[in-house]
Write a protein that binds this ligand. Sequence first.
Ligand code: CMC
Length: 439
Amino acid sequence: MGENSLTITDNRTGKTYELPINEGAVRAMDFRQIKVSDDDFGMMVYDPAFTNTASCRSEITNIDGEKGILRYRGYPIEQLASQSTFLETAYLLINGELPTRAQFVEWEHEITIHTFLHENTKKSMDGFLYDSHPMGMLVSTVAALSTHYPDSKNIFDDEVRQLQIKRLIAKMPTLAAFAYRHSLGQPYVYPDNDLSFTGNLLNMLYKMSEVKYLPDPVLERALDILFILHADHEQNCSTNAMRSVGSSQVDPYSAIAAACAALYGPLHGGANEAVLRMLKEIGSVKGIAKFIKRVKDGEDLLMGFGHRVYKNFDPRASIIKELAHQVFEVTGRNPLLDIALELERIALEDDYFIDRKLYPNVDFYSGIIYQSMGFPVSMFPVLFAIPRTAGWIAQWQEMLLDSEQKIARPRQLYVGQDERDYLSWDRRDNKAAAKEAVA
Ligand code: CMC
């Protein structure tokens, strides 16, 4: 088979196998031929949490964690953050190429005309408790959209699919803003289609009695950049949920609800909230030394530091740090920033963090920015879900059109009881009583 292969000897049988290597990987199914007998099922690979399993071949997002590289469709995140807009980046992620002027005008128009929600959705949101978490409301209402658009289950009809894609990108900000307004007991604000994607979101979140809401251009652009940075991150937990649930060929609203649910978890969408809590707990620059000692003694984590993939620096963190200063020019300096800056400086000079390759990640500064812009922490995962919808859709569509993909259905290593006979109530009770007597 030549150089691009892996030779394995099974010491149980002495047999040797040669498996082809493509793109740096061997196919897990190739292991199935490794058997001790004809009736053996064949060898499987065991990988809880998929830490070393490629579940797909993808052309969307490329991360090189050692070099601190993040690219969407080949374009470096730094260039997109400085020169693109969120809507253009969403088009790029979903369609594979940057749009021409004419394509962008049409795309923006199509998204804009789909921002309104059916009045019934608004009414159903009224049914949530007054203090419902906006992310819980988002998960439920995006799933409910599938009942409004029953056609959406025709996922292999390109025209139908493209319509749902536009609807989803357009309606997520409206759902998010309505959830926020509901949690405050404030009237919902309808979309203003004269405004930009993020300008309209700020309008729906913050408009009160003024006739027309005019977003601050610095905050509007800052939010747009944050959305570009959060738009995709290859096979993370929520994207994996989107692909896995979508592989059952369910409609995209239901699959997005599953992805949102995954993002709701504190290990995924909630780290920036944890950073804020940590900074508040530290209290002042004077409290940093004590906190760092606690981290080094293994009693605490420095939240917003470290990453499973980035082992040099998280390129999104550098962009966000710069952005924080621009936002504070408008909102006033968030006092937590001084603690964050000093904490970062001290940690980056400390051998504990250097040896473990721990650097600030995207969440270290994003929470401080969102807080300064007036968002409560409960809105942080919601603000993450809006842009990530573009990535989820791009990955879902790629999965649907990939002829190698099937319904996601992992295997397991069964380690439970062997076959045994059913026990009557009496025998079970006697057994339990005997066990208790021994104890
Ligand atoms: N503070 C202190 N020590 C840490 C931290 C941290 N934030 N992160 C890792 N370590 C230590 C860890 O204790 C271990 O030390 P030792 O070798 O002595 O046992 C070593 O560094 C390696 O850590 P690990 O747990 O094997 O690393 P991981 O790749 O499994 O974890 C992580 C990555 C992000 C879960 C972890 O760094 C962490 O918990 N960070 C804080 C939470 C956080 O900021 N999460 C947001 C991640 S970015 C989100 C996104 O990309 O969407």
